[in-house]
Design a protein around this ligand. Sequence first.
Ligand code: NAP
Ligand code: MG
Length: 401
Amino acid sequence: MEKIKMTTPLVEMDGDEMTRVLWGMIKEKLILPFVDLKTEYYDLGLLNRNATKDQVTVDAANAARRLGVAVKCATITPNRQRMEEYPELTEMWKSPNGTIRAILDGTAFRAPIILPAIRPVVKNWEKPITIARHAYGDMYKAADMTTEEPGTAVLTFKGESGAERTLTVQTVDGPAVWQGQHNKESSIRAFARSCFQYALSQKQDLWFSAKDTIAKVYDGEFKRIFEEEYETSYQAEFKKLGITYFYTLIDDAVARCLRSKGGFIWALKNYDGDVMSDMVAAAFGSLAMMTSVLVSPDGTMEFEASHGTVTRHYYRYLKGERTSTNPMATIFAWSGALKRRGELDGLENLVRFGERLEAASLQTLEEGVMTKDLLPLVEPGFQARGVDSEEFLDAVAARLA
Ligand code: NAP
Ligand code: MG
């Protein structure tokens, strides 16, 4: 069989532990037999990050900016316990995802992989709901304090020009608690652009919700920037694709979301996104079935699984056990990256291959062959057989061929 040709490489970021093992198997069984794969390879495994003083993470992120598409394996973010586990570490290296997100100025979109045999808790949800959380500012970068006596708090801004603006926050008659929050125009705008870009790439409606009836200035600024970006840069393309941008109040959006069939992207401020992403993930079922895409305002996309390196399984694997670790989210990271590469390069065959890889994986699950984590989640009466990761990948490969 003739292998599918690629013109531009994509950035491949290898990672750690069980997901690194799955990474190799996915490439060997599902991709290399069918695609003449071109990647720029960066080893983001913890030991290589340590050996390069984390330069490899920066290089990988810059390569993603240059080539426009990346696929990333889960990686260890070291903590105190990991410093003991890996005594050769010279520093407690920062989260690679944090470093990459900062360089790409990106927003992470989280979407569940869904199939009829695993019904979401919300029974009318038929299609995935993708959550985009603004990952900068608000209460996550706030200044807080408590005070004990009656008095007045003011908010003062001192400009570099020397100009000052002061507002009274409140006068209180006893002990009180205070918080000062901010966000940056540039960050809100980058967030909005990433959301519009991703909606276009997915051909799905985009919702954005906030509370601008109460926070007229603060949330009003978010609403204004989204509208401005939409009207100046995206409206025409949205119309062409028949998708819509839709702003509504956060409480209305929550109610509409629960009553919807799904199939849209929901952009949320930092705190709202923190809360709603956990609710949506739990309602759809499993962390092992969540994918994540980091999208920069210029349309660069980095695809990955939402879960971590599945450490517990890795230690069983090291003892020679065959583990039943779910590779679905990592497979979908690869298929997403290949489809995006194909779209950008006008390679119809590569796009179709990504679609077929997804279809073969879903078909395998639908035929009742699944990793053991999914068995407790299937509908009563659905006949399923738990297999290990390698058997699952072989079953997908057989359907793909
Ligand atoms: P985790 O690796 O997601 O695993 C937590 C537990 O969830 C697992 O022990 C397993 O439960 C279950 N699970 C997750 N993914 C699964 C899959 N694909 N198939 C089957 N079961 C799955 O989270 P963690 O244990 O908190 O973190 C481990 C390491 O991953 C940490 O070093 C952390 O820094 C890193 N991490 C990386 C990323 C990233 O790179 N994006 C994200 C999160 C965490 P059972 O053991 O009960 O089977
Ligand atoms: Mg949360």
